[in-house]
Design a protein around this ligand. Structure first.
Ligand code: NAP
Length: 461
């Protein structure tokens, strides 16, 4: 038994952790106590003498040095903000996030001698820190438990039961396997999934993730995420939900107590109606491609736009054209505007470009207007050039040396537009680059761990 308890101060990590360790008959480690022991000073004194930075450096060393054997490990409230800490904590362990409502936390910590992290006053500080940390807490956890109305003893007993039995029911697992078997996914994948589901009887805290799309049979996310989970020693399996009905996918996800979904065509808008919370990027773009389930709630994120922004980050302030006015074009417009680019959206149906331009503060026009703009950056967000289409949305004479051409289409690896751009002396960025960057951001959202870009590139092959 190897379990980490994280969460905000006052959620009961230390008390429940100590009781849980006793119930499981394993040692208990509290990272704050380890830091105090090593420093020969209290957390309060370390904060006063070395500031928060000094404390975090000590905490990081303590986490990296935690014993690998069985135990219950309670971390300080800010520990999981650092992805390297999360990587150390998660390897071979189950992470349980303890939550509580703000007034319960205030009651529990109001007499604490621990230093405040801000000058805001207790209630305001609790609110601000919980808001700013919620997503990293969620990312770093396998399970979320609300401790507001429970004693530390009840929480410890609940976690012991969770570790022994998991959350899924035999009937739900059977139902999920039936749905997968009839979904059209490859037989070998269905067989592997069946093995993993059956393994829940010995490994009840195995977590499931998957891609939800239709079609999703050719998605490269399953092999990529499986390798990432295995590399970071995370007890998780990533599968494929291939079904035309999102509600059926969500039913199967509930049956398997799925922890996270990558969401793709045609569900990126529809999924938004099934979320309890979504980030500001989803709301602005109008699409969600990443869902995390925790404690009975669904949280939505958008990482697509990061896949477009990051490869273009050095071109801040440039003049850009986006071809298309669909979902990918919305993510592109949002990403380019975040880089303070002057953006013109050109589309076959001009009215759609106009509507999108209005949302993001861009210019708009028809595809014929391209010649009059002379942009530094071009992003193709139409499917033109996608396997088996051999057309290009632009001619070589439209392009000039020094332009950066980013084709979001990723099959084939070298599209006609990419070929033309290279021969015209442009910097060409392929759709694979977007996939790699958004997947990296998605893995971070799924786990709290920063996988190096080169690792994703290598694992993707
Ligand atoms: P979408 O919502 O269906 O939008 C497609 C857009 O392309 C529309 O603006 C449409 O114009 C335009 N279009 C379609 N066929 C065209 C043609 N023959 N000539 C000119 N314009 C045409 O699709 P989407 O979700 O935005 O995806 C667009 C492409 O982005 C996909 O095909 C995919 O290859 C790529 N993508 C890549 C990644 C990645 O990770 N690399 C992720 C997402 C998407 P109208 O408005 O006139 O119909």
């Amino acid at each position: 038994m190897n379990v980490v308890l994280t969460g905000f101060r006052g959620t009961g990590k230390t008390e429940s952790g100590r009781l849980l360790a006793r119930l499981l008959d394993v040692p208990f480690y509290d990272t704050d106590a380890l830091v105090e022991e090593e420093a020969g000073a209290t957390v309060h004194e370390i904060f006063e003498q070395e500031g928060e930075e000094g404390f975090r450096a000590r905490e990081k060393r303590a986490i990296a040095g935690l014993p690998r054997g069985p135990g219950v490990f309670a971390t300080g409230g800010g520990a999981v903000i650092d992805p390297e800490n999360v990587e150390h904590l998660r390897r071979g362990r189950t992470v349980v996030l303890l939550n509580a409502d703000e007034s319960t936390i205030e009651k529990r910590i109001q007499h604490s001698t621990r230093p405040a992290l801000t000058r805001m006053g207790l209630r305001a500080e609790i609110h601000a820190l919980m808001e700013s940390r919620r997503d990293v807490y969620l990312a770093a956890a396998d399970y979320c438990i609300d401790t507001s109305a429970r004693s530390a003893n009840e929480v410890a007993i609940g976690i012991k039961r969770l570790l022994a039995e998991g959350v899924t029911k035999e009937s739900g697992r059977r139902e999920a396997l039936r749905a997968f078997a009839g979904s059209g996914i490859h037989q070998s994948e269905a067989a592997e999934l069946a093995t993993m589901v059956k393994a829940l009887s010995e490994n009840p805290v195995l977590r499931f993730y998957g891609i939800a799309g239709y079609p999703s049979l050719h998605s490269r996310s399953p092999p990529l995420f499986r390798r990432l989970f295995s590399y970071f020693d995370i007890n998780a399996y990533y599968t494929r939900f291939h079904d035309p009905a999102l509600t059926r996918i969500l039913g199967t996800a509930r049956d398997l107590d799925v922890r996270g979904l990558s969401v793709t065509i045609p569900f990126k808008q529809e999924i938004m109606g099934h979320l309890d919370r979504m980030d500001a990027h989803c709301r602005a773009i109008g699409a969600c491609n990443t869902v995390l389930f925790c404690g009975g709630e669904a949280h939505g994120y958008n990482t697509d736009w990061l896949g477009i922004r990051d490869p273009l980050a050095s071109l801040r302030g440039s003049r850009a054209v986006v071809l298309g006015a669909g979902g990918a074009a919305a993510a592109a417009a949002y990403a380019l505007r975040a880089l303070e680019m002057e953006v013109t959206l050109l589309n076959r149906t001009v009215e759609r470009a106009e509507a999108l331009a209005e949302r993001f503060g861009c210019h708009h026009g028809s595809l014929r207007d391209f010649g009059s703009i002379r942009p530094d950056v071009v992003v193709n967000a139409t499917p033109v050039g996608m396997e088996s289409d051999t057309a290009s949305p632009l001619k070589k004479s439209d392009l000039a040396p020094g332009m950066t051409v980013f084709d979001l289409v990723y099959t084939p690896p070298e599209t006609p537009l990419i070929r033309i751009a290279r021969s015209a002396g442009c910097t060409a960025i392929t759709g694979k680059e977007m996939f790699i960057r958004q997947a990296r951001a998605q893995f971070r959202q799924f786990t709290g761990i920063d996988a190096p870009l080169e690792m994703i590139r290598e694992f993707l092959g």
